[in-house]
Design a binder for this molecule. Structure first.
Ligand SMILES: NC(=O)c1ccc[n+]([C@@H]2O[C@H](COP(=O)([O-])OP(=O)(O)OC[C@H]3O[C@@H](n4cnc5c(N)ncnc54)[C@H](O)[C@@H]3O)[C@@H](O)[C@H]2O)c1
Length: 418
């Protein structure tokens, strides 16, 4: 049985590891976070898409083993690197990739395959990962061992486009490496899409995220203008969406969040600026528009309260949804955090409801409560930030005094949309 190592057991690495174990590989899920490893070994999943039943099945089969011991990296056939790639003060922080490559390097042997999955700027696989692995192994990437890049397209909570069903882009630093990378993923997903080098694969991922980022910024800016002009932008977007070609629907929202949209496009603009000296204007503009949305939501809350002759200070505001998107418990970079920060600074009393997000994730000063008629009735305003399926629309519109609906899913005389 071939041994697979997946470095980083987070939102990306865990699904890859579990899928590889299900596909018959002998998998070590390696992570430096010993507490996370312990929880995984006990069968506790922190990702909705990986049910505890699925996790337990691969643990019981003996084909998936979480580990924090570098010795377990030895003797692998395929290693996948899926560690974080954050921004530090606007600059890509590739230190996690560097340390993962350094940990893996002493275990690289002739004929093995290493794949980077972390989202990063074009050139990272060849310029950053290859030299570290080559120096320690004495082998040449693409000849002595295989190296490639395959971006993750995981969409948390999406039950249609699961990991297996979503086509996966694959690449290698040589034709032999591409063949090795593709052969591995062909066992995990329904369809692989080969491209000619890691750079094209790295850029493809950034194009996908930048495309979403820019289009969301477009409708967010439109939403602000339309509101001032007294036009229902949501209806206009629905109408535009009846065009059967040349249009793709994006909807306004309270800001972008998660690990990808607020961060990945900046990897691309940083690379363009550093290498070519140009500003990637679309990314900069989209950042600017999207970053101002939480502040705009607070502006709308203030205006709505003002129409009722209420100040923000001292009012109870009930926020529905703390995560960054529908039906997930991932609170990273979520706009709710920024909305809460503004509201607390204005002296509001903020309560929040999110059945998906653990209470300890709530920012300080916010009380996490259940969604009840009483909570809705006592809040001066209820703000639907995320439209989780678990939220009962009739209950909300039926009992809230006033609602700001950032997702256009509620109806009622007491409801206004973003
Ligand atoms: N979350 C998503 O939906 C998503 C989608 C596509 C791509 N990505 C990209 O995938 C990469 C990973 O993201 P994620 O969401 O899985 O992050 P995550 O924070 O959920 O998980 C990363 C894991 O890596 C571990 N780790 C850090 N350094 C390590 C090291 N040197 N050795 C071993 N483990 C280490 C951390 O402890 C953590 O458990 C990022 O580049 C991200 O941009 C994420």
């Amino acid at each position: 049985m071939q041994k697979v190592i997946v470095i980083g057991q987070g939102y990306v690495g865990l699904p890859v590891a579990v899928r590889a174990a299900e596909a018959g590989f002998d998998v070590v899920g390696f992570d430096v976070d010993a507490a996370r490893v312990q929880r995984l070994a006990a069968g506790e999943s922190f990702i909705e898409d990986i049910t505890e039943a699925r996790l337990r099945a691969v643990l019981d089969s003996g084909r998936y083993r979480p580990s924090a011991h570098p010795a377990d990296l030895d003797g692998f056939d395929v290693a996948v690197i899926s560690v974080p790639t954050p921004l530090r003060e606007g600059i890509p922080d590739l230190s996690y990739i560097e340390s993962a490559a350094a940990a893996l390097a002493p275990h690289v042997s002739a004929g093995c395959t290493v794949v980077l999955e972390s989202t990063t700027y074009p050139g990272s696989t060849e310029e950053l990962v290859a030299p570290v692995l080559e120096a320690a192994s004495g082998l040449v990437a693409g000849e002595g061992f295989h190296l490639g890049y395959s971006p993750e397209r995981i969409d948390p909570g999406n039950e249609v486009w699961t990991f297996e069903r979503t086509p996966k882009i694959v690449s290698g630093v040589s034709p032999a490496s591409l063949a090795a990378v593709q052969a591995f993923y062909d066992r995990l997903v329904d369809k692989t899409v080969p491209v000619s080098s890691p750079k094209e694969a790295e850029l493809a991922k950034l194009i996908e995220n930048t495309f979403r980022h820019v289009n969301i910024a477009l409708v967010n800016e439109l939403a602000r203008f339309a509101n001032d002009l007294g036009i229902d932008v949501w209806e206009s977007i629905e109408a535009a969406d009846t065009k059967p070609f040349g249009f793709m629907k994006f909807t306004p929202g309270p800001g972008v969040g998660g690990h990808c949209l607020p961060i990945d496009p900046s990897y691309l603009s940083w690379r363009v600026r550093r290498t070519l000296g140009h500003t990637f204007r679309f990314v900069e503009l989209a950042n600017d528009v999207n970053e101002h949305m939480p502040g705009y939501v607070v502006q709308r809350i203030t205006a709505a309260l003002n129409r009722r002759s209420l100040p923000v200070r001292g009012q109870r505001v009930l926020l529905l949804g703390l995560s960054y998107k529908k039906n997930t418990g991932d609170p990273r970079e979520a706009p709710s955090r920024e909305i809460i920060r503004h509201l607390l600074a204005l002296g509001a009393e903020v309560r929040a409801v999110d059945p998906h997000v653990a209470a300890h994730w709530a920012p300080e000063g916010v009380e996490v409560v259940d969604l009840t008629a009483e909570e809705l009735a006592v809040a001066a305003i209820t703000v639907l930030v995320v439209d989780h399926d678990a939220f009962d629309h009739e209950l909300i519109a039926g009992h809230a005094q006033l609602v700001l609906d950032c997702r256009n899913v509620l109806r009622g005389d007491n409801v206004e949309v973003l």
